[in-house]
Design a protein around this ligand. Sequence first.
Ligand SMILES: Cc1cc2nc3c(=O)[nH]c(=O)nc-3n(C[C@H](O)[C@H](O)[C@H](O)COP(=O)(O)OP(=O)(O)OC[C@H]3O[C@@H](n4cnc5c(N)ncnc54)[C@H](O)[C@@H]3O)c2cc1C
Ligand code: SF4
Length: 508
Amino acid sequence: MSEGDLRVFAGYDRDFTEEADAVVVGSGPGGAIVAGELTRAGYRVVLVEEGPPFTPGDYEVDGGLSMARTLREGGLRTTVGTVMPTMQAVALGGGSLVNSAICNRAPEFVLDRWCEDFDLSDTHLSDLDPHYDAVAETIGISPTPEAVQGRRNLLFRDGCDALGFSSEPIARNVRGCRGSGECFTGCRSRAKQSMDITTVPAALRGGATVLTSARVEAVETSGDRAIGVMGRIVAPFTGRPSHRFRVRARAVVLAAGCMATPVLLQKSGGIANRSGQVGRNLQFHPGVGVMGIFPDRVEPQFGATQGYQSREFLEAGFKLETLWAPPALLAVRLPGSGLDLKRRLADVPYSAVWDAIASCDRSLGRVEARRSGFDPKITWRLNPDDTPILAEAVYRLAEIFFAAGARSVLCGVHGFPDEIHTLEEAEILRRRTLRPSDLVLGGNHAFCTTRMHGDPTRGVVDELGRCHDLENLWIADSGVFPRCPSVNPMWTIMALARRTALALAERL
Ligand SMILES: Cc1cc2nc3c(=O)[nH]c(=O)nc-3n(C[C@H](O)[C@H](O)[C@H](O)COP(=O)(O)OP(=O)(O)OC[C@H]3O[C@@H](n4cnc5c(N)ncnc54)[C@H](O)[C@@H]3O)c2cc1C
Ligand code: SF4
């Protein structure tokens, strides 16, 4: 096994061409797993990542500054239609650098429905379990220990216990977590097992070349085959383009994420789109956050960023979890301004924030390339039939807060009191029909823009991630999900990507 080559922006001084067995575009959970598995199988791999690598010294703990450096469009990307912020990372490791390391297997009932509705035969939980297990070993997935939960997380458990709702410590890909609550701005203690410190180094040890600050701008094809990719070196944080590069390869794997992969296909002459499904079927897990204020100090900044969850309501369409984020970002969600806002901020030490992510598979959207640049136009609408799911999720969070002893709850719903003091006041969430615009949403889990389908006229890739139209073009990011998974997606992205990598390794 030879040591690979990690290239960074300062090291590029001319145009260049690389040769490989496989080129993998994107180093997030999907791409990094594919690169690791292919190098392990002995193939020569070039992994291309538009973002730079980050070290602990590069992280900004200020939320705004951090977003400007690690996220697309400075963290201000939103959907149009129903306006909802959506975050995608631009960094070695992709979303795993900024995420909370929550790992959930997709529920059995979800995968069974995928198989039934999308002509799939081998994507049941029992088919994916070996891949989930292998990934867990690689990135150290284990339940969050009590020692690093902090009061914010344990209050959630207490509230669930009081109501008889199931709850559990969240399984996360961390080793030696100190409960600093800083997952979003980057783990300075290197406890979070993000791709840049796990699967990418494994690929490098297996001999891979990793090009960072390298933006792929097109997939090159000849007839019905992909022959490689071409692109530009781009400066970290500004994206200013400089040298040109090409990678010639026998197989191309796109794992640029569910927003970027369809843009690449569209900008490559509309390839892989005989089904007409590229960029369509976009789904999210729209999320809502609720704050509870307790009579005594919670000190919510201490404890694993997201340490506890409840899967009690998965079949009703939502999952509940605890949350922490930099106060500057939480402030955006608080009502009021001036002195009123200052008073609210003074409550933060007494508060906890919990959130719900919802399965809204009637709420669909689309990703389209713009004429210039690589940022997508993202259109998405929350279907009015899905709003009751979110309203019920807010109600349940309020219920758990009061059961845990909160003195008041800030539901964050327009046209609803800023702060309520009894659960009875929350009943209106069940009686009144909310409009999508009444909810303050966020959606960082995105799916389905190159969905898998057994029928080539209805999907972009097959069950293994291979494009129906080009036999050596594969996709290994969350775009291949046929429908939202109802739980945090990273582990499933990696399990599917591992299956894709093993299938590709057999055919290379
Ligand atoms: C703040 C936040 C918290 C989250 N928390 C969790 C969590 O706790 N658990 C969970 O399961 N999920 C979580 N998610 C979602 C999860 O991180 C994503 O679903 C996951 O990272 C998607 O993986 P991916 O491989 O599909 O794409 P990405 O992680 O987006 O990776 C794609 C990579 O491709 C690169 N790229 C894009 N275009 C190009 C190009 N043209 N050329 C070269 N490179 C390119 C990108 O820079 C990026 O690094 C969170 C997301 C966010 C934003
Ligand atoms: S809670 Fe803190 S120490 Fe633990 S993984 Fe997140 S950032 Fe790292």
